[in-house]
Write a protein that binds this ligand. Structure first.
Ligand code: ZN
Length: 379
């Protein structure tokens, strides 16, 4: 979820909104003014919707502030169509931290609901316009709904994170805990999609297309997080040297494409990404078999391989003792999905998605994009 509107910083945390938040604002305003009442209704409804968005923001800020206090990187908060998302960087440091971060959101929503109940009662007692009293009552109600909905134990909802932290604390196995919580998330997502699509037709109250959209979002996020959990589980103790292609075959950058292609035709390489040796010595970049094949046949005899290679400064590099998890998320950073492994500037190995796939049974190559380096969205 990318913010398209930036509001600035609150407690040093970047806060923004996606344009889709305007859609909930508009839908809500439409719903709330449907009873009629003329122009004066808008004077109440517009502040109501703004305070509602503020409540969403407070919920996310609570997650973010507690996350930062538990030494997690907070990349920002975005409000969008289905509520708010706080993007946290890195892995949860402990089961306790995961629990505290998750619980902070619903606790804030319930706290706000309490405040609005008190305000509504107070406003009623001193004879404020009934419209304002019911607006405060509505704000209390939506905050209770927000807190309660988020406590459903289905990751990525807060309740799912709480479930994962509890299972993690009980069994000591973080991967298993995450997989269990995201499985509930997938099941809940499917249920919400079905209810949202069929519900209005068979007369289930309070469900709509919005329920189905929320379900689809929960299902997708749960599925992505489950893949990451498996990836983390598979690679937890591995270092780059454990899975890399050792001593990869190289090509000479100063040779023409034609000369290199002729060599490769005689002795096909084991891998399709080839480090390019520079004339001065050392590695100057990488080239792929596809790049060589795609090159213009008319100029192959004159263009050197180093002229079409991806230069070294645009290739992700690692050391043999780097944890695999630290590079898995970086494979997609450069123009080519490859990590070159150097030991004191000497090339000793290489990792491509093939090695990650081979080592992570059951984890597809698409993990390299939303892999372990990806931020954790907290709803
Ligand atoms: Zn939350």
């Amino acid at each position: 979820m990318r913010p398209t509107i930036r509001f600035g910083r609150i407690f040093g945390i970047e806060v923004g909104a996606n344009w889709s938040v305007l859609l909930i604002a508009a839908l809500l305003s439409f719903e709330l003014t449907r009873g009629g009442g003329g122009a004066s209704v808008w004077l109440v409804v517009v502040p109501m919707v703004l305070v509602f968005l503020g409540s969403l923001l407070a919920h996310e800020l609570a997650h973010a502030v507690i996350a930062r206090r538990n030494d997690m990187e907070v990349r920002g908060i975005t409000l969008w169509l289905l509520g708010g998302v706080a993007q946290l960087g890195g892995a949860m440091p402990s089961a306790g931290a995961e629990f505290r971060i998750a619980v902070a959101g619903p606790a804030t929503s319930y706290g706000l609901a309490g405040v609005f109940v008190v305000l509504a009662l107070g406003a009623g007692a001193v004879g404020v316009a009934p419209l304002v009293v019911s607006a405060l009552g509505w704000l209390a109600f939506v905050n209770i709904v927000l807190g309660t909905f988020n406590l459903i134990p289905a990751a990525p909802l807060d309740g799912g994170r709480i479930l994962a932290s509890a299972l993690w604390a009980i069994h000591g196995d973080r991967t298993r805990a995450d997989i269990a919580a995201t499985r509930v998330g997938q099941a809940f997502g499917i249920l919400a999609i079905a209810t949202g699509v069929l519900g209005p037709a068979i007369g289930i109250p309070y469900v709509s297309l919005w329920t189905a959209l929320m379900g689809a979002f929960v299902y997708r996020t749960a599925t992505a997080e489950q893949r990451i959990a498996r990836l983390v589980g598979n690679f937890a103790d591995l270092q780059v040297r454990d899975i890399m292609i050792p001593d990869p075959e190289t090509v000479r950058g100063w040779n023409t494409i034609q000369a290199v292609a002729a060599d490769l035709a005689l002795t096909p390489p084991r891998h399709h990404v080839l480090p390019v040796v520079a004339w001065e010595g050392g590695i100057g970049g990488v080239v792929t078999l596809e790049q060589l094949e795609r090159s213009d046949p008319a100029t192959r005899h004159s263009v050197r391989v180093q002229d079409i290679a991806v230069p070294l400064d645009r290739v992700v590099a690692a050391r043999p003792e780097t944890p695999v998890l630290a590079v898995a998320g970086r494979l997609g950073e450069g123009p080519l999905p490859v990590v070159l492994v150097f030991d004191d500037s000497v090339l000793v190995g290489m990792i491509t998605p093939v090695e990650l796939r081979g080592s992570a049974r059951g984890a597809p190559a698409s993990d390299r994009r939303d892999g372990a380096g990806a931020p954790t969205p907290v709803l």
